[in-house]
Design a protein around this ligand. Sequence first.
Ligand code: FES
Length: 387
Amino acid sequence: MLSLRPLPFRSQVVKEVRLCVSRTASSSPKTGIVLLNMGGPQKVEQVHDYLHQIMTDRDMIQLPFAQDRLGPWIAKRRTPEVQKKYEEIGGGSPILKWTNKQGELLCQRLDKVSPNTAPHKHYVAFRYVPPYTKDAFTELERDNVERAVIFSQYPQYSCATSGSSFNAIYKYYKDKKLPEGLRFSMIDRWSTHPLLVKCFADLIRKELAKINGSKRKDTIILFSAHSLPLKAVNRGDSYPSEVGATVNLVMQELNYCNPYQLVWQSKVGPLPWLGPFTDEAIKGYVKLGKKNFVLVPIAFVNEHIETLHELDIEYCKELAEKVGVEEIRRVPAPNDHPLFIEALTSIVQNHLQSNVPVGKKFLNRCPHCVSASCYHSKKWFSEVCRI
Ligand code: FES
């Protein structure tokens, strides 16, 4: 019997055929996973641009006046010192290498555990070095992706880091038409995910096991996270409490096997930042007669300058020798640890199965937020995110 259904318009047929051809090509993804991070210079020649972009990003840092002139001036002044640090870790940051590896492993696992959303493809969107937000989304649009999961690679949310990356996506799209048929959703925080906790616990156990038996039980586990200006903390940034949540769950997983302390690193500039600072804490404990430490980069998911230079060279080597530390070991970042890849997979898989395209916590601004970018960005995400 002849079907009485109306024939589709020619343009619709052409479009469907095009999509079908495109989708069956071996590289054609259905679901894009956009991995957000700040990034780091791969070469010392990129250091100036990287610092310039950080110092002029008001989501990341708010200078007291004339940021458009003061920011570039600070970036230029700090470039030689920061270039030297990158030279000392081999000439560049490995963050792109690790993010790509994590993305590839994640998508391989997702293709297996979530066949109805396969094929999956990862896209890297860095904030301050290529590949930028615009590079990731241009590629994703060219690939005719149906659904983009925007996945912050900071487990603990801060308006200065994750918030800045989300605002950059809003700014990229605000004057552009959203591609037809592309759906967005987002994962903005995952500080308490059980597999993230197990991964850190496993890494800590392995490092503790390398410490001589008699010293091991009194070794202090120092969880070190990037600090924040107190102004941001008092504005209501949830990062300190989310880092604390990860620390507590990791210690619970370790059955509170050792003394521990959360400390904060990487302060810059003269304004007050959240402490106690990692280096000051090491000095303080040595004065109290505690001389063995395991350092845990609890808010970093891959190696970069803060782990390879600040923790390894400045604290575990130079400071430790200077103040008389007996033994200090640094736990590696999660990188490609199998439990970490399982954590990423589980987070995205659960998200794909959920009916929550954007979290309520993300949509609620800090109580003292005065940023127009935050207002517009959250409004935009609440409108465009859908399952
Ligand atoms: Fe936190 Fe704007 S500063 S939402």
